[in-house]
Design a protein around this ligand. Sequence first.
Ligand code: PA5
Length: 445
Amino acid sequence: MALKVNDKYLASFIAEHEYEGIKPAVRAAHETLTSKSGLGNDYLGWMTLPEDYDKEEFARIKAAAERIKKNSDVFIVIGIGGSYLGARACIEAIKSSLYNSMKKDTPEIYFIGNTISPTYLNDVISLVEGRDFSVNIISKSGTTTESALAFRVFRSMLEKKYGEEGAKERIFATTDRKKGTLRELSTAKGYETFTIENDVGGRFSVLTGVGLLPIAVAGCDIDALMNGARAAMGDFCDPDITKNDCYKYAAIRNILYRKGRSVEMLVAYEPSFTMMNEWFKQLFGESEGKDGKGLFPASAVFSTDLHSLGQFIQDGSDILFETVVQFSKAQRDFFIEKDPTNGDGLNFLSDQNMSVVNRKAFEGTVLAHTEGNTPNIVLEVPELNEFELGYMIYFFEKACAISGYMLGVNPFNQPGVESYKKNMFALLGKPGYEDRKAELEARLS
Ligand code: PA5
């Protein structure tokens, strides 16, 4: 039993013939993807990764994780976008959103290089003071400003604390196999390296060393994660949406998009899913949002956000639909005891597990929101563990590729990400950007 699409709550939004009507588009997208004839077809390495990943490197990742667990109180993971979100998402989903504060025999893990905030950087520096730490710098290009800047700071801290030789044992670089500044630096300094293959784009790279090293350091079972992804790889090959839930999900979101639902809100009733929401937002936002097209990926954690966004979803403009990831079993349940005095009037909730109350919140909400004209796709997941997460990651990746091809965009590039960088470099006076600098400064003044 793994992730299943429950379309029960879509009955009043999508008619049977509409599923029939979208089938040719899904088949065409499937054909484009599997024949590797579509836009961005040199970035399809993620499709077979769960099976043909580098086993030697996988073993080195596990060995490195064991060393880091033994010699470090803190593990600093430096990266941004696809070189950041997946690892953090998996760790929080499997362990807890409170991972760093929990009692554990694994290092605290802090993610930096995902912002240029000096305040945040100073805060993390203060957290490693007086403690043993190791660093994982993750950058496919090896030139991303945010992560390169953070690495400069932490590399120097390591060298001061442990000396050049000692620091070398505590720096792990995940980057391109051959090219880039980080590859060159790692070779020169003798750091242990892990590879992001050319044909795996950043946002599709969580099941490579990018995600696997930090996830293993947190004590998660990366074999089970890969097994889950491999199971999904086997399950989502049929072009028929009645036999392939991944394609069915892609079909539904495309039908809803064509009906004017331009925002997809990914929802879960577990705070530990918050960073998975962020990973999902990058995956779909960077893959679909181009050429003036694409669903805007948003997210919420319920019931928390029912007290903030709930009003809009129930009653606001009809721009969105929800995709609810619903777990059948809580990771750690809590039994609500009866209170003999019932002074707070809550005994109607008692004598049962809190997961039952959470489930009723979901049931009440899905009925209310659909009644309020917001379509709900429900993804039923047995539980939140490594296997199911690996399965879900592959499900979303493949659904994303199919969705992109159905829209007619290249799901594997991100040309829009460059614009801010060029402006930032020009304004900072990077050599080669002189003309743009003058033009931008005129516009700012
Ligand atoms: O999906 C992507 O390609 C991006 O989000 C990148 O992962 C991100 O920009 C970081 O790039 P790099 O790994 O080259 O530092």
